[in-house]
Design a binder for this molecule. Structure first.
Ligand code: PMP
Length: 362
């Protein structure tokens, strides 16, 4: 049982080894890595069609700012220092649907950077307030001003010719996926190995696609048979159609376009779940098990159950809780949600959960 601990330390040390030569940030980065990653994993017991089954969920709400995006924000900044693409004091400007903005605001400030976050104006109030509370400047962009794509264009315009601005460019920066290849995925591998399992399939909702591509890049090397499924909302089939075709309520996924880092031809079948069903599942996780997670986490669990349904009761299907419910208190997550006939969550009985030991614990 001690082995996973040392393996994980090796991963973290190798991340620190590649850190900046010109500006020595290794102490600060090491301090931050102590609060990012190494998250717990849960084995969630549920009942469906009168059978008891298990899904594994990596609890990313335990990261520094409460979401999976801390991993890529810290990793992107670390790589940027290593490659001399950023220097102390540079302003970080990023486009975000919320969690990335919160991560760059917190980690950017911890490293001494001023931060500006450009985000669409239809996202939850909590997101904007948290980013502002971390001392970052928030610029809101409406649908009429171009929404997500308009936000990206604005960030490029602001940075053009300014050598004191660093754009992380999460939608196209390969370090985003690499963060998950080097941290999230090996942690999952080691945590499952600790209980004598290895994954059959991974399911992850796609925002930038960093999570799903990082999983792909790691797990396909371990075993090409492992299935990696991207997930999108039924109400906005961006991955399936290539563009936004409606609005949906699963904040953080399916923005408006297929991000450049997503390579759908390398991934398994796209899983679709409805936003209402995802809200019901997130509510159920909180009310029945005390797991207060966000809407995309509800979506991911539904997607994982769908995949398990096709692979069989014993399939080891893993997904992520991307964040907690705290940024959704002003949204439909807190409201009664009408049940539709095709919804899966009313048929799922959530029974219990068991912690799978942290990779860094004994
Ligand atoms: N869920 C939430 C709540 C998110 O904020 C994000 C990131 N936008 C995701 C899921 C998707 O993660 P990724 O960007 O790695 O695809």
């Amino acid at each position: 049982m001690l082995e996973p601990f040392f393996n994980l330390m090796e991963i973290k040390n190798s991340l620190l080894d590649m850190t900046a030569t010109q500006f020595d940030m290794s102490g600060k980065l090491e301090k931050l890595w102590a609060m990012v990653g190494s998250t717990p994993m849960l084995e969630i017991l549920y009942e469906y069609k009168e059978r008891t089954r298990r899904i594994y969920a990596k609890c990313e709400q335990y990261n520094l700012t409460g979401s999976i995006k801390d991993r890529m924000a810290l990793y992107i900044l670390q790589r940027a220092y290593a490659e001399n693409k950023i220097k102390p004091g540079d302003r970080i400007i990023e486009v975000s649907s919320g969690n990335t903005g919160i991560s760059f605001a917190a980690i950017g400030r911890a490293l001494g950077h001023p931060v500006t976050i450009i985000m669409p104006d239809w996202l939850s109030r909590e997101r904007m307030d948290i980013i502002k509370s971390l001392g970052a400047v928030v610029i809101l962009v409406s649908k009429e001003q171009g929404g997500f794509l308009g936000s990206i264009r604005l960030s490029e315009k602001m940075a053009a010719g300014d050598r004191d601005i660093f754009l992380p460019r999460q939608f196209e920066n390969l370090s985003n996926a690499e963060a998950h290849e080097k941290t999230t995925a090996p942690e999952i591998w080691q945590q499952l190995a600790g209980i004598g399992l290895s994954p059959t399939a991974i399911v992850a909702g796609v925002g930038t696609g960093g999570t799903v591509m990082g999983m792909h890049n790691y797990f396909k090397k371990k075993n090409p048979q492992i299935k990696i499924h991207p997930l999108e909302p039924e109400e906005s089939l961006t991955l399936s159609t290539g563009h936004r075709i409606g609005s949906h309520r699963i904040q953080g996924i399916s923005d408006e376009f297929i991000p450049p880092i997503v390579k759908l031809d390398q991934l398994n079948e796209i899983i679709q779940v409805s936003d209402g069903d995802s809200i019901l599942m997130a509510q159920k996780l909180a009310r029945n098990l005390g797991l207060a997670v966000g809407i995309s986490s509800g979506a991911n669990i539904l997607g994982a159950i769908r995949v398990q349904e096709t692979l069989g009761d014993d399939a080891v299907v893993v997904t992520v809780f991307s964040d907690s419910n705290k940024k959704y208190l002003s949204t439909d997550l807190m409201k009664t949600q009408p049940v539709k006939e095709n919804y899966l969550s009313p048929q799922i009985g959530l029974l219990d959960y068991l912690p799978v030991k942290r990779a860094c614990q004994e």
